[in-house]
Design a protein around this ligand. Structure first.
Ligand code: HEM
Length: 412
């Protein structure tokens, strides 16, 4: 006889609500303590709250399909749907794709994300970050627009191979993309975002066709070479989808993450001072921010069959929200989990990059960019202070978190 009980319902849990958007972590802790899983009518999703259960779901792609990863949480307007239908032809290749297609495409991508290609990128990250930091003038500065937004965008676009002169246009097309699939944009916003997605998609199609005609030394050309050796194992549309998906995944995530890192470190001044005095602490500080305040505190799945999570029954075809952020503060796994501490010993076992077959393919790149940004800030502006009277503005959505602006006093 099964011990499973039917799912508790939490009518208050709403990731788009003001309190959650401002600070989801007290809510994460409360729901984690209360129950391992519950149904949230506000988003029509079942929510999983504890480390062990989140980890089990990540490690069980047969029962927890990734297919909903990029789907709009709320229904789109007819106008947005018809714009998308007419000009946006993306299909699942990685984050929202299940085996066997996921296995085939991920294997090829893994080659593109080789240690060699990442290490080739490292001096470029240093050079770009140095150029951006050098351009900062003393006074009050928004570190998001000055550094944490342009750096990851530039790096992922360079990695893929998009030309420098197209950066501003590409960045403008990415604006508000998060709201489309993870938030609740107005009908007008949906129309604008859908139009940008179509423009972006056409751009990537043309770009991949150009690389297919003339490969060079970049990630896209690596994939083209794989295609040329065995067209059936990786098609041109597969490559277009990968380039499109990566250009987004590799950009917003790291911008938000680096913003969270600077904010948490400056708010815990003695730890910022420790880090400036001993920059070998930076990799550990990056891990602690991933645990404590990652840019993806929640990610989605859909059940393929009925499952039991911590004794709670979740039906088949249930949309599920995995609270990575709550898992990363689960007292069963982390000592004093609500304390931000770059000196803690148990930090690397967090789930901020997921686990299992969908483990973040850009983790090494994201870590490297954040490490280099912090290193430069610690060298150039150890006396930098956060502007105290500022209201942080976070985008309202179910998965992504990072400040839109981060004002600091940049010293003389
Ligand atoms: C700090 C920054 C980042 C965070 C917190 C983050 C987090 C995540 C998470 C939670 C997943 C989902 C894992 C799952 O579904 O089980 C993921 C997947 C993914 N990430 Fe990241 N990510 C970051 C940066 C990046 C970067 C820089 C790139 C690209 C260069 C990237 C590309 C991807 C891709 C393609 C996937 C899907 C992988 C697959 O399904 O096989 N991410 N990431």
């Amino acid at each position: 006889m099964s011990n499973a009980r039917s799912c508790p319902i939490n009518h208050d849990f709403n990731p788009l609500g003001d309190a959650y958007v401002a600070d989801p972590y007290p809510i994460h802790s409360a729901v984690r303590e209360e129950t391992p899983a519950f149904y949230a009518p506000a988003i029509d999703m079942w929510v999983i709250t504890r480390f062990d259960d989140v980890q089990s779901a990540l490690m069980d792609p047969k029962a927890f399909s990734a297919a909903v990863g990029q789907r709009p949480v709320f229904p789109l307007s007819d106008e947005a749907q018809s714009i998308i239908k007419a000009g946006f032809h993306a299909y699942p290749v990685m984050s929202d794709c299940d085996p066997p297609r996921h296995t085939r495409i991920r294997r090829h991508n893994q080659k593109g994300f080789s240690a060699r290609r990442i290490s080739v990128l490292e001096p470029k990250v240093w050079a770009k970050a140095t150029e951006l930091v050098d351009a900062i003038a003393p006074g009050v500065v928004d570190l998001v627009s000055a550094l944490t937004y342009p750096l990851p965008a530039y790096m992922i676009f360079t990695f893929i191979g998009f030309p420098d002169e197209d950066m501003d246009m590409l960045k403008s097309w990415c604006g508000n993309r998060i709201a489309f699939s993870w938030g609740r944009p107005t009908a007008d916003e949906q129309r604008d975002i859908a139009t940008n997605m179509v423009n972006y998609w056409s751009y990537v199609e043309e770009f991949v066709a150009k690389r297919a005609a003339e490969p060079v030394d970049d990630f896209t050309s690596d994939l083209i070479r794989i295609h040329q050796q065995d067209p059936r194992s990786l098609s041109i549309p597969d490559i277009t989808n990968v380039a499109y998906g990566l250009s987004f995944a590799g950009h917003e995530t790291t911008t938000s993450f680096t913003g969270n890192a600077v904010r948490r470190l400056l708010a815990n001044r003695s730890q910022w001072d420790d880090l400036c005095a001993d920059r070998s602490l930076i990799p550990q500080a990056v891990e602690e921010v991933l645990r404590f305040d990652s840019s993806i505190p929640a990610w989605r799945r859909i059940t393929t069959r009925a499952v039991t999570v911590g004794g709670v029954e979740i039906p088949a075809e249930a949309k599920v929200l995995l609270l990575l952020g709550a898992a990363n503060r689960d007292p069963k796994h982390f000592e004093e989990p609500e304390t931000f501490d770059i000196h803690r010993g148990d930090v690397r076992k967090h789930l901020a990059f997921g686990q299992g077959i969908h483990y973040c393919i850009g983790a090494a790149l994201a870590r490297m960019e954040a490490r280099i940004a912090l290193d430069l800030l610690a060298q150039r502006a150890p006396r930098m202070r956060m502007v105290e009277e500022q209201d942080f503005d976070f985008p309202a959505n179910v998965s992504f978190r990072g400040p839109r602006k981060l004002l600091v006093h940049w010293p003389e």
